[in-house]
Design a binder for this molecule. Sequence first.
Ligand code: MG
Length: 376
Amino acid sequence: MNRRNFIKTGMLGALAAASPISLSAFDSATRPGTRSGRLNLSFKPYELQLRHSFNLARSQRTTTPGVQVQIEYDGVTGYGEASMPPYLGETVASVTGFLSRLDLGQFADPFRIEDIHEYMDSVAPGNRAAKASVDIALHDIMGKITGQPWYKIWGLNPEKTPNTSFTISYDADKAEMKKKIEETAPFKIVKVKMGVGHDKETVEALRKHSDVPICVDANQGWNDRDKALEMCHWLAERGCLFVEQPMDKSAIDDTAWLRERSPLPIIADEFLQRLPDVKRAMQAYDGINIKLMKSTGMHEAYQMATLARALGMKVMLGCMTETSCAVSAAAQLAPLADWADLDGNLLISNDIFDGMKIVDGKITLPDRPGIGVVPV
Ligand code: MG
């Protein structure tokens, strides 16, 4: 990664938010190897190129806006990332604007993660992906200083990571659909995006080539609870493990009705964001989909996973389209998850990190400190 294109915070960051400028270099206090003793945050926009257009219930797109973040502390570099799919409401301007307002120099060291999150929440509500980018970079630094990956710091067994699902969505072009299905071959679970009007066709096309278990994400696309229940039964007969966000996030009563009758677990995604939402999800869902870009990063994601498990709920770990940076950060939590959908780095063509790997369909954590990534 070209560090020279990163943007320092403060006035320069604010300038950058207004116009795309490139700054010549870091000052010496922030170069790796120097002992600054301060947290120095820098960032740059980075647009993620999707390998296939994403056809969701409510949108279609070929790129995802993102922001890459670095934090330097005492000669150690931590990497972080914000990914902003449009439906979450954050943009490059909102993320760089938020990061420009942060003064991390007031904190003695990166281990003040609780204080730093409290501070970020006091600067502005929302901005969850922006907060996640800082949180991920801080976790990377803490891990590097202690010399351990986060799954070890959390006491998790890397053998207990689940298989990841690989996502496909419907394509009217038969050749394109066939190509998408062929790409699912190395994976042990396939996630099917539904709610776009060709729900059964997608599963039937897949079943001609593969009998791997599927999971379904309706992305709030089913608006009739009787039809949603019928789909749950239809899917249960076709090797489906669970259904994610079948109905609108505000349709709590209908979702609770569906959960009572569905043969498949119902998982909340768009319904929930952060820690206080976990208990709220219990009224209508069997489990939750945790994503770092919703939870403000690893700190709260870990709390959400442990709370959900304590409440007897299923835990799913998801991601946006992201580079291996944020995906590898999320993967540190994978041993706590019943299911994982960590394929965001595989769905883009311009990854800039090496990190977690999918080996024979299973999430495989690198034995590297922090979030386990190196720039490529
Ligand atoms: Mg989802």
